[in-house]
Design a protein around this ligand. Sequence first.
Ligand code: NAP
Ligand code: MG
Length: 503
Amino acid sequence: MTIQTRISSGLPVSERTKAFLAGDHKLIVGAGNLSAQGDAKIEVYDPASGGVIASVPAGGKAEVDTAVAAARAALEGPWSKLRPSERERLLLKLADAVEADGPLLAEVETANNGQSIGIAHALEVGASAEHLRYMAGWATKCYGQTLDVSIPIPPGTRYRAMTRKEPVGVVGAIVPWNFPLLMAVWKIAPALAAGCTVVLKPAEETPLTALRLGQLIRDTGFPEGVVNVVTGYGHEAGAALASHPGIDKLAFTGSTEVGKLIGRAAIDNMTRFSLELGGKSPMVMFDDMNPDLIGLAANLGVYFNQGQVCTCGSRVLVQKGIFDKVAQTFVAVANGLKIGSGFDPANQINPLVSAKQQSRVLSMVERGAADGAMIVAGGAAPDGPGFFVKPTVIIGAKPSNVLVREEIFGPVVTLLPFTDMADAIAQANDSVYGLSASVWSRDIERCFIFADAVKAGTVWINTHNVVDPNMPFGGYKQSGIGREHGAVAIENYLETKAICLAL
Ligand code: NAP
Ligand code: MG
């Protein structure tokens, strides 16, 4: 406790944020705040210094059981009695509450995840509020159809059928640490718009803004138990949620490896599930691309949030004629980025989320280099404390190299040459993943030929990493099942019932 107070009191944050960090954090379940059985705690770190800033309960099966029961009671009780427009109004109020609490939420996120305070304000807070507002509108726009029926049994009978959309039920949401608040909102907003209730398990590394969001949801006037937050380890709380027979739908974002465990657990109970998983997204640069955009591609497509982005453009395929120019520009960008704490907005590369992630990234770079790839920028941690990795550029990797095949989730890019469109498409699709891709060219026809041929859920043209609540988002192949955002996301949280009337 003394250590926690000392380190969080040294952070460049408001007194309000310090008081929040130092608080006695509890699970948010039903109307109350719950301690975990046995009072087990998870320590939460400041990635820029490595110091402990808070601790949260390590919830497990017992706490998940209580939370699922609270979500079920809310679903069958007051929540289902609300009219769609009342759900809409609550979601709009929550968006305002998130914005009003923005200064605290952003500081807590930077202290906990390490990300830039600018990203925390713009995405964790700003984009979360926009997602809530967008999904609020869907609460009043879920509808079925009337249908004509063709088969007259017994002969001569006529029918009139209709479909009705109903909330799928209690949702188990399991989210990662790269954009902790935003990822939670991506699940909670459509679930609530559709009339579901939620049990949320944030990542063990980044539980704090989820707890704060749970509190804001309560304060906004949502009935108790509509959203419950159980902090805990993946193999305990996460696994208990994934295999819980009281969960009607699982919504997961994270690694493909854990996504497969979630899917397997879900099938045993026939729980519906959607998975937003990893990627190895290609950025494909044709020789007629606007050269002024190469730097933007590196900053926005690769090094944004230290590469801890599921759509990170970690494989850059470059047409041979401009390979040297692209490589030089990437190296210049990488070497020029200012490394430091996310609390100084001038710092462009902030720490990775954890010591584990830092060593995972560095060991992948080491393995890649041992297999013949050349490190032409970065490739190591800078001196000093914190979980930093220097922005890294790799060339000369074989197609089988780990840096070409596996998701790195760090500030590491591999540049690979290609000859023509057919080669670009073949290399882009040579991956088990298919989350996203981008194509860079002044020839729009070329861009669309590539966009049609690439197996990816999102394709950007002359940009990368642009995500919007109105644009469906999700993966082909092992990058997932289902789509988030847009009208299609609401369907994730609805059941379709057919009702047939004999006339
Ligand atoms: P992860 O293991 O997939 O974690 C994502 C979420 O799943 C966390 O809340 C985690 O809990 C939970 N979880 C872990 N094991 C579980 C289980 N057996 N049953 C149910 N839930 C479980 O990701 P990670 O370990 O944090 O990161 C590992 C790698 O995954 C990264 O290096 C990156 O390559 C990839 N990743 C991808 C994304 C993405 O958006 N595509 C996001 C995060 C990570 P804990 O927090 O306790 O582990
Ligand atoms: Mg983990």
